[in-house]
Design a binder for this molecule. Structure first.
Ligand SMILES: Nc1ncnc2c1ncn2[C@@H]1O[C@H](COP(=O)(O)OP(=O)(O)OP(=O)(O)O)[C@@H](O)[C@H]1O
Length: 257
């Protein structure tokens, strides 16, 4: 047992964005969370990180209930994420973005940081190693706002890793990426897992999800409709029905071909 969601729900007015979802992600697993647009994937991540308070249910890590904890306490317990819409400090350099994440000052204001920020006081992974791992070493002194889209995505993941997470939540890391970039991303995700980090991957790119996850769950209208290995999921008639007409069915076909 590692990360456990029990009867988790989040309602926005009449919308049941997440509806009574229970899941257990095991230590060292790459676990996928898929589903059509609006099925509740991002809301689930926001409940795990504490951005949202659930309407009902609990989130726990190694048996410790996180549900009442604010975001920063969850970060210090080892929960880190990337955002679907990249959130970096555009006026700080690549390396500074990582120092900030490593030292847990993310919530402070950007202008304050650039004035007062001092590197050092290291804990967590080595910044240079992280830059090399993310193929960003040559960009270390470039302002994050001046990076290409692909570089920003790599920095977004590096930033999450800088906090030395035990579980890394990736919210659509391949969005807008070429197949080639997605292959490199898959290699990095596997390497992260091989370092002992548990990974929860939300992704629409089926080739990526089916290629690297150990198990996955499928959401539809906020409910979990299936859970299993990639081959279980590809053969599940309920899953195929959920994707039918959503534009993702063909991708599912290709991924299973
Ligand atoms: N802050 C919010 N306020 C109101 N409704 C919300 C809010 N966040 C999400 N929703 C609604 O909850 C449902 C689930 O949305 P969510 O973003 O979790 O889905 P998703 O599976 O991540 O979708 P996508 O694949 O398009 O990113 C949607 O109907 C969405 O409109």
């Amino acid at each position: 047992m590692m990360l456990t969601l029990e009867n988790l729900s989040k309602h926005f007015g009449g919308v049941r964005a997440v509806d009574d979802v229970s899941l257990t992600i095991k230590e060292g697993e790459i676990f996928g969370l898929i589903g059509p647009n609006g099925s509740g994937k991002s809301t689930t991540v926001n409940l795990i990180t504490g951005l949202y308070t659930p309407t009902a249910g609990t989130v726990s890590l190694d048996g410790w209930d996180l549900t009442a904890l604010p975001q920063h306490s969850r970060t210090s317990r080892g929960v880190a994420r990337t955002f679907q819409n990249i959130r970096l400090f555009g006026n700080l350099t690549v390396a500074q973005n990582l120092w900030v994440a490593q030292n847990g000052h993310e919530q402070r204001r950007e202008h304050f940081l650039s004035r007062w920020f001092k590197p050092g006081g290291e804990h967590g992974p080595d910044i240079d190693e992280l830059l090399q791992f993310s193929r960003l070493y040559s960009k270390r002194d470039v302002l994050a706002g001046n990076l290409s889209f692909g570089e920003m995505r790599r920095l977004e993941m590096a930033r999450a890793l800088a906090s030395a997470p035990r579980v890394l939540l990736l919210d659509e890391p391949a969005a807008g990426a070429s197949l080639e970039d997605a292959e490199l991303l898959a290699e990095r995700i596997r390497a992260v897992r091989d370092q002992g980090v548990t990974v929860l991957l939300i992704e629409h790119m089926m080739e990526l999800v089916m290629g690297i996850t150990d198990r996955l769950a499928v959401l539809n209208f906020g409910q979990k409709i299936a859970e299993g290995t990639p081959s279980d999921i590809q053969d599940d008639p309920q899953v195929r029905a959920a994707y039918l007409g959503s534009g993702h069915d063909e991708k599912m076909e290709r991924a299973s071909a």
